[in-house]
Structures are given as structure tokens and as C-alpha cells.
Design a protein around this ligand. Structure first.
Ligand code: COI
Length: 360
């Protein structure tokens, strides 16, 4: 169904203040934002308006009990200048699945898609023209009841904000695999893109940063030895030319970039194994000279190489990091060439931003 979106435009764009060559991740927001409220069983107050602060009740139940989820996705321009999304329907689906896990009202796919198309069409001048940069979209959904009882909220707010971004990690990352804290266990909420997962990662990440690392490599919550993910990205290991990545078991985020990478690799000669990976196996492969590369993949991170991995008293420098012809670079180019239309979109993953949306 098509929703009526009330649109109020900015009187003057902030775009002329932007230096496209120097965009910090997540600090610059485009001119407009999208809002819709779920009240009394229906989506209402659907509008696009200038990006601005909003009022929230101090008793807002998302603030107290954490019914809050989000997505991360990107709009880019092809070499012909056409704005496109990559597999937006997968983001709509994951957003709905996160909502269901957190006992929230899922946003209907058609509302999600209409929101991203209408907002990005309006703010398309904010899509950076540089390769490797993009307009980052942050859909979010949170509880809106003003009530301190612990129960699912009856009302929700769906919002979409966007902002131009460069690479999330400016250089290869140093990871610490640690056992003191866990990110998620099977049966928990590790697969949902919910705010609390990220809050829970902050103390371990801060400790890792203080110890000279950039991020934590999470291990499973029970045996504390099976590799999960990095928290900002899914992880891949290149063992003697075979790529291995953990299978998603309910405790790992089902990364959309991970899915795209696995499907793109199907069309190459590179062999791939999706399976449980014991961190001790990685240490062994490094000792034997078989661990060639480690890299993470994610919407924000795209493909980010890992330069170092520590676990207990093993400190592994990753041999092929930064090398011109490594697999991480090849995969990164595959994704970027697809997004920019430099290679043929054989699978029909690119969706042009709809510029014919009727603005009410
Ligand atoms: C993304 O890759 O879009 C994420 O959501 C990860 C992170 C920046 C929170």
C-alpha cells in the first residue's frame, strides 16, 4: 500500500557547509528526516521534516527497558550518477525480524521502502560522489509508551535519518579476542540489531582500546572459544586460500554484506567454508603459516582488514594485510564496483532510488 507522507522541506540546505573529502562517520546528518508513529494499531503522523531534535517523555519505555532496534544501510551513486540501494528488501526484512525478537511492532515492508525511497530522493544531493563513500541510512524503531511497568509498549516510533559517510575504519584494525565478557549466547538477542547489544559491547571495547586494540573479537558465550563476530562486522579468515566464516547460529548478526560476499564468492574459484571456528584453530594456522588474512565485512565497515589478533598470550600479526592482491581487497572492489555500476548487476541487487514518489 502507498502511505501519505506529509513533507516539510528545509528553507535552506546545509549541504554547502559539507566537505565531501573529510566526512567523519555518524556526525553529519542530511537536511531531512522521516517519522511515523504506531498508535492505536495503525501507522500515523507519517512525515518528512527538517532534521531536528525531538521531545521524549522521561517515562519513555525504550529509555528504561530497551525496546529499540535499528538498521544500517547505504545509498550510493552509480558512475552514471543514478542513486541506488543495494538489496533494500533484506534490510526491511531484518528490521522486521529484529522487531519481532524484541516484541515490538514490525514496520511493514512497504512503509520501510517508501520511507527510504522518499527521503533519499529528497536528500540525494547528499550522496557523496566519491568512491568508497556513501549516504548512510539509519532506520530506527523504538517504544513510545510513557509507562514504567515492564511490558511490551503499545506505541512505537519509526524514524529514518541519513548522513554522508566515508569508511568506518580508516586503517586495518587490531582485534582482541577475549573471554571475560560475551556478546551473546544462543537463545539471547545476538541476532537482533537491538541497542542493548551495542551498549553491552562498550565496556569490553573500551578496555580493548585502552590495551591498544581497536575492537573485540567475540567468542561464543558457553565454551568461550568459537569465533562469533566483531560487533561492527562479521569476520572472515583466509586459511591458505580458503575463506572461512562462522555460521550464523542465532547469536551472530545475520550480516547483509556477509550474505552478499558469500553469494558473490559463489561465482569465483575461491573456496569458502561456513562453519564453527575454534579460536585455537586460528592460532594453529598462524603458527603453521597458513593464516593469510583476516577481515571483517559489514554495511558501515564494507570490508575492513585486520592487521593483528590477540588471544591470551598469542599475538598474531596477519601476514597479507594491506597487500595489493589480497582477497579482502578483491572482495571490497567487487562490492564497490557493483554499487557504482562498474560491473554488471547480474543478480539484480541494485534498486534505483524512486524519483517518482508523489509528495503530498
Ligand atoms: C552497520 O554496519 O551499519 C552497523 O550497524 C554497524 C555499526 C556501525 C553499529
Amino acid at each position: 500500500m502507498a502511505y501519505n507522507i506529509k513533507v516539510t522541506k528545509v528553507s535552506e540546505s546545509k549541504l554547502q557547509n559539507l566537505d565531501f573529502d573529510n566526512i567523519p562517520f555518524g556526525r553529519v546528518f542530511s537536511d531531512h528526516m522521516f517519522i511515523a508513529d504506531y498508535i492505536d494499531g495503525k501507522w500515523t503522523n507519517i512525515e518528512i521534516k527538517p532534521y531536528q531534535d525531538m521531545q521524549i517523555s522521561p517515562a519513555n519505555s525504550a529509555l528504561h527497558y530497551g525496546q529499540s532496534i535499528f538498521e544500517g544501510m547505504k545509498a550510493t551513486k552509480t558512475v552514471d550518477g543514478n542513486p541506488v540501494f543495494l538489496r533494500p528488501e533484506l534490510h526491511a526484512e531484518r528490521f522486521a525480524n529484529s522487531a519481532k525478537r524484541m516484541c515490538m511492532q514490525p514496520v511493514p515492508t512497504d512503509l520501510f521502502l517508501q520511507a527510504i525511497h522518499t527521503l533519499v530522493d529528497l536528500d540525494k544531493a547528499w550522496i557523496p560522489p566519491r568512491e568508497g563513500s556513501a549516504l548512510y541510512l539509519r532506520p530506527l524503531l523504538f517504544a513510545m509508551d510513557s509507562f514504567l511497568g515492564v511490558r511490551p509498549s503499545d506505541s512505537y516510533r519509526f524514524m529514518l535519518i541519513t548522513g554522508p559517510v566515508g569508511p568506518y575504519y580508516a586503517k586495518p584494525v587490531r582485534l582482541l579476542a577475549q573471554e571475560e565478557y560475551i556478546r551473546a549466547a544462543v537463545g539471547g538477542v545476538g541476532e537482533a540489531k537491538t541497542a542493548g547489544n551495542y551498549a553491552a559491547s562498550l565496556l569490553p571495547a573500551t578496555k580493548a582500546i585502552d590495551a591498544g586494540y581497536d575492537q573485540v573479537l567475540w567468542l561464543d558465550g558457553i565454551e568461550k572459544k568459537y569465533v562469533q563476530e566483531v560487533g561492527t562486522m562479521n569476520i572472515f579468515f583466509n586459511i591458505n586460500g580458503t575463506l572461512i566464516t562462522p555460521e550464523t547460529d542465532g547469536a551472530i548478526l545475520k550480516g547483509i554484506t556477509r550474505k552478499c560476499v558469500l553469494e558473490l564468492l559463489d561465482d569465483t574459484d575461491i573456496s569458502v567454508e561456513v562453519r564453527q571456528i575454534d579460536i585455537n584453530e586460528i592460532i594453529e594456522h598462524h603458527k603453521n603459516g597458513n593464516l593469510l588474512e583476516v577481515f571483517g565485512v559489514g554495511t558501515a565497515a564494507v570490508v575492513s582488514e585486520v592487521s593483528h589478533l590477540s588471544y591470551r598470550d598469542s599475538h598474531l600479526d596477519i601476514p597479507n594485510v594491506g597487500k595489493d592482491n589480497n582477497v579482502a581487497k578483491m572482495i571490497k572492489s567487487m562490492i564497490e564496483d557493483l554499487r557504482t555500476g562498474k560491473t554488471e548487476d547480474k543478480n539484480g541487487w541494485l534498486v534505483p532510488v524512486d524519483s517518482k514518489t508523489e509528495l503530498v
